[in-house]
Design a protein around this ligand. Sequence first.
Ligand SMILES: [Zn+2]
Ligand SMILES: [Zn+2]
Length: 239
Amino acid sequence: MRLTGVYDNTAEKEGLIHGWGFSLFISTEHKSILFDVGADLTLLVSNLKELEISPSELDGVFLSHPHCDHVGGLSGVLKKNSKLTAFLTRSFPAPLKKSVESYGAETEILTEPREIFEGGWSTGELKGFHKGQEIPEQALVISSSRGPVVISGCAHPGITRIVRRAREITGKSPYLVIGGFHLGSKKKDEVKKVIEKFRAESVNKLVPTHCTGEEAIDLIREEYHEDFVEFGAGAELTI
Ligand SMILES: [Zn+2]
Ligand SMILES: [Zn+2]
C-alpha cells in the first residue's frame, strides 16, 4: 500500500502547495482511493497534477466529515471522474449528496462499520463535536501485511476512540495511524494521556498531521522517537 500526501497544512516536497485541509491518496493492491479532498479546488487539482495522480484513475473518494477543509475540492475530482463511488455518511448535508449525484457518481451512505472494498472498512459514523456543534465523522481502516492502517480526517470523535473502533472491527491492533488527530486545544498532560493510549493499543507508528497541532506533534515526536513519521503534502509512505 502506498500513501501520498496530496493536501495538507504543510508541504514536504518542492512544487507542492500547502493549505489548511487534508487529502490523502491511497493506492492498494485492490483500489485507488482519495481520502478527503482538501479545502480549495485549485490547490487540490494543482497538487494532484504535480504528483502525477490522475482523478480518472480513482475508484472512490472517501469523505470523513463535511467540514469545508475536507470536502472543498470535491468538484475538481468529480468533473474528471464521474464513475467513482463517493463514500459519505448519513449526516452529510443533502445538498452535498445531491451535488455528488449530479455528476453521475454513485454514493454509498455509511452509518455502521462496514467493509467498503476488499480489505477496507469504514469505522461507521462516530459522534463528534467541534465548537459546540455535533459533527459526526467516519475514518478509514485498511488491512496491510503489518496490521491495520487507520486514516483519520479531523478526529472530532477523538483519535483514541477511532483507534479503538478500528481494533474492534479488525480484531487487531493498528499498525499505523495517520491524519488529523485534533489535539491543538489539549494541554500537555492530556496529549501525553492520548500517547499512552496509543501505546496501550500497541500502535506501531504515528503519522500526525493536518489539525493535530504543532505542540502535540512535537510531543508525539519526542515520545514515539523513530516510530513518529513526519508528513505533509508530497510525502509518501509505503507499507
Ligand atoms: Zn480538518
Ligand atoms: Zn473538521
